[in-house]
Write a protein that binds this ligand. Sequence first.
Ligand code: F0G
Length: 451
Amino acid sequence: MSSVPASTPGVRPENFQFRCIACAHLSDAASQDFRCGQCGDLLEITYPTWQKTKPDAATLKSTWRERRLSSRPIDLSGVWRYRDLLPALDDEQQVITLREGNTPLYELPQCARLTGVPRLFAKHQGMNPTASFKDAGMTVAATFARCAGFRWVACASTGNTSASMAAYAARGGMRSLVLVPEGKISWSKLSQALDYGAVTCQLRTDFDGCLRLLQELVRKAPVYQLNSINPFRLEGQKTLALELLEQLEWQVPDHIIVPGGNLGNSSAIGKALLEMSDLGLIARMPKLSVIQAEGANALVRTLREAGGKRLITVAPETRATAIRIGNPASWKKAAHVLDATGGACEQVSEVEIAQAKAEIGAEGIGCEPASAVTLAGLKKLVNQGFVKPDDTVVLVLTGNLLKDPDFTIDFHRGDMLGGGQEASALDPLRHPPIVLDASLDAVMRTLERFN
Ligand code: F0G
């Protein structure tokens, strides 16, 4: 198996090391499966230079502000703008960027009224170049893949990772191999991978089966894996939290709520919060909470039934296919950051997801089903008293509405969730298309009906 050394052309190796999350073993190079050579657990990236000289918080904040005025490609990226807290490149020309990050922070006034939490925001990662949060991690990991000389990159995916990877590979002149579960990802996501030129394999298994196979593949073939097991991905995804805090003018929110699937994103955001606190960029810690679908609730069960000590896997089933994952790779990292920030872990039903998605849609911004678990989860956390009415809450919307049109159309047409009482209660949220004769009269009568 070839390795992924820190010391490759264009990379400044002394700036970072790989550290095992279990045995803390430090290394300058990682194997292609990104597992610890000593104990086999996951690696994270650590910055030894910070122990000697910590970056100064005030200088970082002003540097990042100034870069917003620059038109250099590396500064136009809402990820690389925060490169002081990322693995370093000697040569900024190496960066593969599509101007990722730079995502809006929206107020959600209607959802605020529904939940009784007036200060409610959405950080919309679906506004990234390939329409999901994956781009923030992909720009970093794809860049380091190319620096390490790989011609091929590969991932297992429920759709968004593959769309993002295929785009960044194409921009960076690399080939990409996608392994997705057959029939269980949305056509929108699949079509992105096809258009960006990936070799796309639909495997007759679920996401967990695809990921298992990828792990075997990278041990045999010179392909660079771009799943969130790859710690460079998580470094890029950290910048969501940096950009968010900058948008809030460094006023720390009380809660950040994210969906949980393979649990890379929650781990990345949590790592960012811990680093920001360590560097004095924030004065207190927001609580980071993870919400899962009831049918794919491995972390919920792991924390409740095993005290976070061992992973309880599940056979995943949910229409929020992005998080249809039963054996999440980064569960230990996520359990750690939930504990360190005092966050909660909740699960929500299919009906609750559909309702929350329609409610976010009614705000005029929309999101994909997996992202809507955040609002559904918030309602539960408010009912439990974990979130208080005067708290400031940020929901991380991970994917764009257009990522999964089938879900949206089936919901509005009433073609999902069956006809039970709970589902019928959602009727006021449905706006099915109306087929009419092409006559003014028919359109006028429809207008009157809704007036
Ligand atoms: N939301 C969306 C829209 C996603 O695509 C994913 C994961 C998640 C949430 C969960 O994030 O895995 O970091 O906990 N999608 C992956 C993929 C698995 O292959 O696109 P996570």
